[in-house]
Design a binder for this molecule. Structure first.
Ligand SMILES: Cc1cc2nc3c(=O)[nH]c(=O)nc-3n(C[C@H](O)[C@H](O)[C@H](O)COP(=O)(O)OP(=O)(O)OC[C@H]3O[C@@H](n4cnc5c(N)ncnc54)[C@H](O)[C@@H]3O)c2cc1C
Length: 544
């Protein structure tokens, strides 16, 4: 008997964009007008991608083909036809192209929440970053030669970013790749690019390397575009092997070796590290948004399951403790989504900026660190707990719920670990004092909250959090408290926005979400019990 594998997804058929009530309210709140194509994406992910992604994960992982049958060196990755079809469809829906369209990058970011598969989305993120870098920093020859290939509607190229080397991912300044310039051309030598996602799939990549004579550390790094084939049509670099990973199986991650590989300098050498960080910011925001997206899928699946499964004569969802579990996850998830979309919006508004950049760009950086860390850990916790909601079934590979968690784990590691987000944030705050402006913005926002009782509480909570942040930053050992600063800011910003949103939206559910967030992260006592008991904040996930 033929089985539709996707029947194991309870949320199959739901439009993950149009039917996501909090997402749409948050978009209105931040004043983001999404592209119409996202509606199609929401249906496509639900009808097709979610199933193919599970099958690829279980049975059809990408395979590195080193040689062709006629003995040519290939170093290419073989994808299942369905895998390729999914990527092509998402390209057709503008997931990559939007990153270089004027004002379009916000749609690229949003697509990450809807796709919500960090493996598939990684392939497209890296491609969007490559197109963005060529578009913004390639000289006219480089741009004209390569960018159209990335935007080709019939056979678009894939991209990659090769920064990390075996001796250091966090410590980018330890990069050993070198670049030399002779006869009007750049060439790269590198034996150590150790984490290279899209290796074997990418037709060209963004690579960090140190031009001869440049200083040590991050300041000596420049950024290059390196095509997979050189101008003679030969392989321009080799893929040594693919990694055996816990999750994000659909994106091939390998090791890359460059020997005298033809390269094209992007922008000016002296600004290399700035470009590298700007390009990385796209994937950090993507990472945050897709982490929130995958948590939403896990939560939606679990909610629908909890509405069917019986225990002790009642549906799971009707047990007070389970209801509380759901409400807490919902509040944390909506906070992560707000933080991620604020980061995306700020980046989008500053994407025409170049080094040394303006204040909006620096603020986008602050929000990207906060959102990346917050969303990845919230996603980690939600996808993990959703396994438990499925009980023993949550632990079985034959059902989809465990994959959400395996895929979610990497989101706190790649594009810079939690400690790196915290340290980068602290360095930026110490130099630019952006937290002071953020504090003022938050206080302005909540000054006119309609409910006086909540207004006083929220203002007190914000002031208290910022008092701690300022103390940690100016204390004897700020590095030790870098994550306190990162998490403290995440909580204060989320609280203010959740309350402001609930004030503007004027629906009871958003007020409940905001107050639950307060009881979770500021004052945890029985006072919030009523909010939990009467809450309707998760009912929207019911299938209509
Ligand atoms: C599946 C996958 C795909 C990837 N794809 C890519 C890719 O396509 N391109 C790419 O360039 N990279 C890629 N990466 C690499 C990724 O970005 C790095 O693994 C990550 O940044 C961490 O670097 P590392 O592995 O060298 O760990 P380290 O830098 O060695 O860090 C180890 C630990 O030390 C901590 N640490 C480091 N410095 C400090 C400090 N100063 N203070 C406190 N703690 C510190 C870190 O937080 C971490 O917990 C990928 C990684 C994975 C897992």
């Amino acid at each position: 008997m033929k089985m539709d594998f996707a029947d194991i997804f309870l949320s199959k058929g739901i439009n993950y964009f149009t039917e996501d009530t909090p997402l749409n309210a948050i978009l209105r709140y931040i004043d983001i007008s999404p592209d119409k194509k996202l509606e199609k994406l929401g249906q496509f992910v639900s009808d097709e991608l979610i199933e193919v992604s599970a099958i690829v994960d279980h049975y059809f992982k990408p395979v590195l083909q080193t040689w062709s049958i006629t003995d040519e060196r290939l170093d290419s990755v073989w994808l299942s036809p369905e895998h390729s079809r999914m990527l092509a469809k998402m390209q057709e829906l503008g997931v990559v192209r939007s990153a270089v369209e004027p004002g379009g990058i916000i749609n690229h970011f949003l697509s990450g929440y809807i796709i919500s598969d960090p493996g598939f989305y990684c392939t497209l993120t890296l491609t969007a970053q490559t197109a963005y870098a060529l578009h913004k920093y390639g000289d006219s020859d480089t741009r004209n030669k390569f960018l159209p290939r990335y935007l080709d509607p019939d056979d678009p190229w894939y991209g990659a970013t090769y920064y990390t080397e075996i001796q250091g991912g966090s410590d980018l300044g330890s990069n050993r790749a070198t670049a030399s310039f002779a006869n009007g051309k750049w060439a790269i030598e590198s034996k150590d690019k150790y984490f290279a996602s899209n290796a074997g799939l990418a037709d060209g990549s963004i690579v960090t390397a140190r031009p001869g004579g440049s200083e040590a550390g991050t300041r000596g790094l420049a950024v290059f575009f390196v095509p997979a084939k050189n101008s003679r049509g030969e392989l321009n670099y080799n893929v040594r092997r693919l990694k055996d990973k816990l999750g994000t199986i659909s994106v091939p991650t390998g090791e890359v070796e460059m020997n005298n590989s033809e390269a094209y300098l992007l922008g000016e050498k002296k600004y290399g590290i700035y470009y590298a960080m700007e390009i990385l910011m796209i994937s950090r925001i993507d990472d945050a948004i897709s982490a929130a997206g995958i948590a939403r899928k896990a939560l939606w699946e679990s909610y629908l399951y909890a509405g069917k499964r019986m225990a002790f004569g009642r549906k799971l969802i009707d047990h007070p403790l389970m209801l509380r579990d759901f409400l807490e996850m919902e509040a944390d998830l909506e906070a992560s989504l707000i933080l991620s979309l604020l980061a995306a919006d700020l980046f989008s508004k500053s994407s025409s900026q170049r080094p040394p950049y303006d204040e909006v760009y620096h603020k986008a950086r602050v929000f990207s660190h906060i959102a990346k860390n917050n969303a990845s850990w919230v996603s980690d916790a939600i996808t993990r707990y959703c396994m438990e909601i499925f009980g023993g079934k949550g632990f079985l590979r034959e059902f989809p719920i465990e994959k959400f968690h395996r895929d979610s784990i990497v989101t706190s590691i790649w594009e810079g670990t939690s400690n790196i987000q915290a340290l980068d944030l602290m360095e930026l705050l110490s130099r630019k004092k952006i937290h002071l402006a953020i504090k003022e913005d938050l206080l302005d926002m909540v000054e006119n909250l309609g409910d006086r009782k909540w207004k006083i509480r929220v203002i007190e909570a914000i002031l208290l959090k910022f008092e701690s942040v300022e103390r940690w930053l100016s204390g004897k050992n700020p590095e030790m408290h870098a994550k306190d600063v990162l998490n403290g800011l995440a909580n204060a910003i989320s609280l203010a926005h959740l309350f402001k949103l609930s004030d503007l939206d004027r629906t009871q559910r958003f007020r409940q979400v905001a107050s639950i967030y307060y009881y979770m992260h500021f004052i945890r006592d029985e006072e919030g019990d009523d909010e939990f008991a009467k809450s309707k904040a998760i009912d929207w996930m019911k299938i209509k």
